[in-house]
Design a protein around this ligand. Structure first.
Ligand SMILES: Nc1nc2c(c(=O)[nH]1)N[C@H]1C(S)=C(S)[C@@H](COP(=O)(O)OP(=O)(O)OC[C@H]3O[C@@H](n4cnc5c(=O)[nH]c(N)nc54)[C@H](O)[C@@H]3O)O[C@H]1N2
Ligand SMILES: Nc1nc2c(c(=O)[nH]1)N[C@H]1C(S)=C(S)[C@@H](COP(=O)(O)OP(=O)(O)OC[C@H]3O[C@@H](n4cnc5c(=O)[nH]c(N)nc54)[C@H](O)[C@@H]3O)O[C@H]1N2
Ligand SMILES: [Mo]
Length: 762
C-alpha cells in the first residue's frame, strides 16, 4: 500500500449540485481504494434501518419510514473506511518507528487500514510491538492504581455506544475521577450550556416530523452537504412545499445552494436539482450576533408600528408574557444597537437583514438549524442564546415545526452525555449511582478538554485514557501539546485505525484495537447489539454483522471491563464479565440509573425511528431558575472576542467534503473545487490585491493572539474564494497549531476554531 501523494493540486470552481453524479463518482473512487470486500455492499443496505446498524458517521436522525438506501455519500465512505480490507499489522510497526511515522500525513497513517493487535510501545526501539490482552490490562491497572485519580483523564470521542460509554463513565467514577472530557467539549458544548440556561434542556427541541410542519428555516453555520447530507432529503422536501430557507454562512456552501437526490432516478437522469436556500447571506465570520440583532431590530420596529396602528402585532406578546423572562432588557439592548455597527460587523446591509426579518415575521413555524459556525467562537454560547431569543420573539419553541435544531457531530456524542460521560457533576445522578453500586462518587467538577490541555502542558495530568478519537490532533495548541505528551506516565488509546495521537507515547503506552459498530460483536451469550442517541434525542439499536477486521479485536465494553477489573477493587454489585457476556444486562443497569429516559430499554431497543427520550422544553415546561424561557441581552455584536486591527484576519477552520474530523478520506473537496491538496488558504480577492498576494502564492499564517506566544503554519496555497473581506479559511486539523488553548468560548470552553486571530506572512 503506497502513500498517496498530495501534490499536483487542482483548484477550480465546482459547478455541480450537492449529491448527484458527483457523489456517485466519489463513492466509485473510495470503495475500490479501501478495497472493501463484497460484504460491505450488503452492509450498506442495512445502514440506518431498523434491525440494521446505526451509521458511524454523523448523528442525523434515522427515519422510521426509511428510503431503500438510507445512507449518504459520507455515510457510505465511513462504512467503507471501517470495512476496508487493508490492515495495519505488527509487521507494519516492525518496519516503522514512531519518529518516522510522525513525518507522515494523517491520510497516510489511517490509509494502512484497521489495527489488528493490541500493541505496547517499546522505547528502546521506538516501535509498537504486539502484546497479549492479559498483560495489557495487568500493566495498565498497575500504573493507574497508585496514581491520584484526579491526575488521570478519561476522554471519549462520541462514537462509542451507550453501553460502552455507561461502563466507561462508571469506571472513572468508581476510581474517584470526574475527568471525563469528550469531543462535545470541542463541539456543541456551547449548545449544552446555552440551551440549558435559556430553555432548561441542553439539547434541541425538534424532531424529524417538524420538517413537515415548518414554513421557514433559519440556517446558521452548518455545512449540511458535507456533514449531515441525509438532512438534504428533509430540506428538499421542505423546498418542494414552499418552505423558505434563509441561510447565514460566510461561504456559499454547495449543499445549502442546490441538491440533486442521488436516490431519485428522475432527478439523476434529467440532471434536475432542487434549490435549497431562498436567501443566502454571506456574513463575516463571527458576526451572527450582529445579524440576529439586526433581524430583531426590524421585528421590534414593525411590532411597534403595528401596535401604534392598531394592527395585529408582529411579536407573540401572549407567549412572551406567559412563557418568558427578561424580555425588556433584551428589547432595550436590541433597540440600542447601532445600525452602522451592525452593517460594519456583518458586512451585510440593513436591507438584506430586512429581507430575512420579513420571512421570519410572516412565518408561523420556524426552525433554527445550526452547527459549528455558531458554537466555536469566544461568544459561542451567546450565539446559541441569540438563536433562542429570535425564536422566543414569536413563540417558535414548543410547537410543531418550530424550535432550535443543533446538528450534533459524532453519531453518539449526545448519547454519551445522557449516560454520564461529562466532567460536570450536576449532569450526573451521582446519588443514584452511589446507591446502585455502593460507593461515594466524586462530587467536584472534573477537567474538560481545555483544562485537560492545560494540565498536560503544565504536567499536572499524569495519565490519559482515550475511548476513540484523536485528541492530540483535534485540540488547540498542537505544538506545545505534542511536546508535552511524552511526559505522561501512561497513554492508552482504544482505536480502530492509527492516527497522530498514537505516535506520541507516554512513559507507558498502549494502542488497543477494538471492534467497529458495523462488525459482529460475539460474546458469551451470542451476538450483541448496542445503542446510540441521535441529534433529536431518539435512541436506536444497532447490530453489526460484518466479520471483524481481526480475531484479536475486543469490543469496547470488553476493553473497558478489562481495565476496570485491574484498576478497581472488586465490587460485589458489579459483575463486569457478565455485562460483557450479555449487553442487555448493561442496558438493565442503564435503565436502573436513568428510569425516566430508558423505561423498558431492552424491549424498545429496535423501535423503528428510535424511541424518544423526551424533552421538557418542547412541552413548554422550562426547567430554568425562573421557571420561564430566558431572554438574554447580547453583550456584544461580534462573537470573536478580539478587535479588528490592521493586518489581522479572522481565520475559520473548515472540514472538507473528504474527511471525517481528523480522518482524511482523500484530497478532494469537491464542493469547493479543491483537488490534490489540503494546504489551502481561502482568501477574498480584494484582500489579496490589497496585501499584494497573487493566486497560488505560498504563504504562512501566524497567530495574532495578544499572548506573545509564537504559532506558525507554513506552506499554504492562497486561493481566491468568495469569502467576506477580512476573513480566511483553512482546513482543520492542520490549522489547529494556530489556536491558543485559551482562545475558547467563555462559558463552554469550546475552542474558538471558527474565529482565530491571525496575520499573513509572505
Ligand atoms: N462527512 C463528515 N461528516 C461530519 C463530520 C466530518 O468531519 N465529515 N464531522 C462531524 C462532527 S463531529 C461535527 S461537529 C459536524 C460538524 O459539521 P458543521 O457544524 O457543518 O461544522 P464545520 O464543517 O466545521 O462547518 C461549519 C460551517 O460554518 C460556517 N461558518 C464558519 N464560521 C461561521 C460564522 O462565524 N458564522 C456562520 N453563520 N457560519 C460560519 C462554515 O463556512 C461552514 O459551512 O459534522 C459531523 N459530520
Ligand atoms: N480547528 C478545529 N478543531 C476542531 C474542530 C474544528 O471544526 N476546527 N472540530 C472539533 C470537533 S466538532 C470535534 S467532534 C473534535 C473531534 O475529535 P475526536 O472525536 O477526538 O477525533 P476524530 O477525528 O473523530 O477521531 C478519529 C479516530 O477515532 C478512532 N475511531 C474511529 N472509529 C472508532 C470506534 O468505533 N471506536 C474507537 N474506539 N475508535 C474509533 C480512529 O482511530 C480515528 O483515527 O475535533 C474538534 N477540533
Ligand atoms: Mo463535533
Amino acid at each position: 500500500m503506497g502513500r498517496q501523494k498530495s501534490d499536483d493540486p487542482v483548484i477550480k470552481p465546482f459547478a455541480g449540485p450537492a449529491g448527484g453524479w458527483g457523489s456517485v463518482r466519489s463513492l466509485a473512487e473510495i470503495l475500490p481504494r479501501e478495497r472493501v470486500p463484497p460484504e460491505a455492499f450488503r452492509e450498506l443496505a442495512r445502514q440506518n434501518k431498523p434491525e440494521g446498524f446505526a451509521c458511524v458517521s454523523c448523528a442525523w436522525p434515522k427515519p422510521a419510514d426509511h428510503h431503500p438506501a438510507e445512507f449518504c455519500e459520507e455515510g457510505a465512505k465511513a462504512t467503507a473506511w471501517e470495512l476496508t480490507s487493508l490492515r495495519t499489522t505488527p509487521e507494519f510497526f516492525a518496519q516503522h518507528s514512531l519518529t518516522e511515522l510522525r513525518g507522515w500525513k494523517d491520510y497516510d497513517l489511517e490509509q494502512h487500514g484497521r489495527l489488528t493487535h493490541p500493541l505496547r510501545y517499546d522505547p528502546a526501539t521506538d516501535k509498537y510491538v504486539a502484546v497479549a490482552w492479559d498483560e495489557v490490562f495487568a500493566d495498565i491497572g498497575a500504573v493507574l492504581r497508585p496514581l491520584d485519580p484526579r491526575s488521570v483523564v478519561f476522554y471519549a470521542s462520541g462514537r462509542a455506544s451507550l453501553e460502552a460509554s455507561y461502563m466507561y463513565g462508571l469506571m472513572a467514577r468508581l476510581y474517584g475521577c470526574q475527568n471525563l472530557p469528550d469531543s462535545s467539549n470541542m463541539c456543541h458544548e456551547s449548545t449544552s450550556v446555552g440551551l440549558k440556561a435559556a430553555i432548561g434542556v441542553p439539547v434541541g427541541t425538534t424532531q424529524l416530523e417538524d420538517f413537515d410542519h415548518c414554513d421557514a428555516i433559519f440556517f446558521f453555520g452548518q455545512n449540511v452537504g458535507s456533514n449531515a447530507p441525509r438532512m438534504l432529503h428533509d430540506l428538499r422536501a421542505c423546498r418542494k412545499r414552499g418552505v423558505e430557507i434563509v441561510t447565514f454562512n460566510p461561504l456559499r456552501e454547495r449543499g445549502l445552494e442546490r441538491f440533486t437526490d442521488p436516490q431519485n432516478p428522475v432527478e439523476m437522469v434529467t440532471l434536475g436539482e432542487t434549490g435549497i436556500s431562498t436567501q443566502y447571506h454571506q456574513l463575516r465570520v463571527g458576526s451572527d450576533l450582529a445579524a440576529m440583532t439586526g433581524i430583531a431590530k426590524w421585528l421590534l420596529l414593525w411590532d411597534d408600528a403595528a401596535l401604534a396602528a392598531g394592527e395585529a402585532p408582529v411579536l407573540d406578546h401572549a407567549f412572551i408574557a406567559e412563557h418568558t423572562h427578561d424580555f425588556a432588557p433584551f428589547a432595550d439592548a436590541v433597540r440600542a444597537a447601532d445600525w452602522d455597527e451592525i452593517e460594519r460587523e456583518t458586512g451585510l446591509s440593513r436591507d438584506a437583514l430586512k429581507d430575512a426579518a420579513a420571512v421570519y415575521a410572516r412565518s408561523k413555524a420556524v426552525m433554527a438549524i445550526y452547527g459549528m459556525g455558531l458554537t466555536q467562537h469566544v461568544r459561542g454560547v451567546d450565539n446559541v442564546r441569540m438563536v433562542v431569543n429570535l425564536l422566543l420573539l414569536r413563540g417558535n419553541i414548543g410547537r410543531p415545526g418550530a424550535g432550535p435544531t443543533p446538528v450534533r457531530g459524532h453519531s453518539n456524542v449526545q448519547g454519551q452525555r445522557t449516560v454520564g460521560i461529562t466532567e460536570k457533576t450536576e449532569l450526573v445522578p451521582v446519588g443514584k449511582l452511589g446507591m446502585q453500586y455502593g460507593f461515594k462518587p466524586p462530587s467536584e467538577k472534573g477537567l474538560d478538554t481545555v483544562e485537560t490541555c492545560r494540565g498536560i502542558i503544565d504536567g499536572s495530568v499524569r495519565a490519559f485514557v482515550s475511548l476513540g478519537g484523536n485528541f492530540l490532533r483535534a485540540v488547540p495548541e498542537t505544538g506545545p501539546m505534542e511536546a508535552a505528551w511524552p511526559n505522561l506516565d501512561l497513554s492508552v488509546q482504544i482505536a480502530t485505525k492509527l492516527n497522530r495521537n498514537h505516535l506520541f507515547p507516554g512513559r507507558v503506552s498502549y494502542l488497543l484495537p477494538c471492534l467497529g459498530r458495523i462488525e459482529q460483536d460475539m460474546q458469551a451469550t451470542g451476538p450483541q447489539a448496542v445503542s446510540v442517541e441521535d441529534s433529536t434525542s431518539c435512541i436506536h439499536g444497532s447490530r453489526g454483522k460484518a466479520s471483524p477486521a481481526s480475531p484479536h479485536l475486543l469490543s469496547e465494553p470488553a476493553i473497558v471491563a478489562g481495565i476496570a477489573k485491574q484498576m478497581l477493587p472488586p465490587n460485589p454489585k458489579i459483575d463486569w464479565d457478565a455485562w460483557v457476556g450479555d449487553y442487555s444486562l448493561i442496558r438493565d443497569a442503564i435503565e436502573e440509573t436513568y428510569p425516566a429516559i430508558f423505561p423498558d430499554f431492552n424491549r424498545r431497543l429496535f423501535t423503528p425511528g428510535g424511541f424518544w427520550k423526551g424533552n421538557k422544553a418542547s412541552e413548554r415546561i422550562w426547567q430554568t431558575p425562573s421557571g420561564k424561557a430566558e431572554f438574554f441581552p447580547p453583550a456584544a455584536l461580534s462573537a470573536t472576542g478580539f478587535g479588528d486591527v490592521q493586518g489581522r484576519y479572522r481565520l475559520m477552520t473548515l472540514r472538507s467534503n473528504d474527511q471525517f474530523n481528523t480522518t482524511i478520506y482523500g484530497y478532494h473537496d469537491r464542493f469547493r473545487g479543491v483537488k490534490g491538496t489540503r494546504d489551502v488558504l481561502f482568501m477574498n480577492e480584494e484582500d489579496m490585491t490589497q496585501a499584494g498576494i497573487v493566486e497560488g502564492q505560498v504563504v504562512a499564517l501566524e497567530s495574532d493572539a495578544e499572548d506573545g506566544i509564537a504559532r506558525r503554519r507554513e506552506g499554504l496555497i492562497v486561493t481566491r474564494y468568495a469569502i467576506p473581506k477580512g476573513c480566511l479559511g483553512a482546513y482543520y486539523p492542520e490549522a489547529n497549531i494556530l489556536i491558543p488553548v485559551e482562545h475558547h468560548a467563555e462559558q463552554s470552553h469550546v475552542p474558538a476554531a471558527k474565529s482565530i486571530p491571525v496575520k499573513i506572512r509572505l
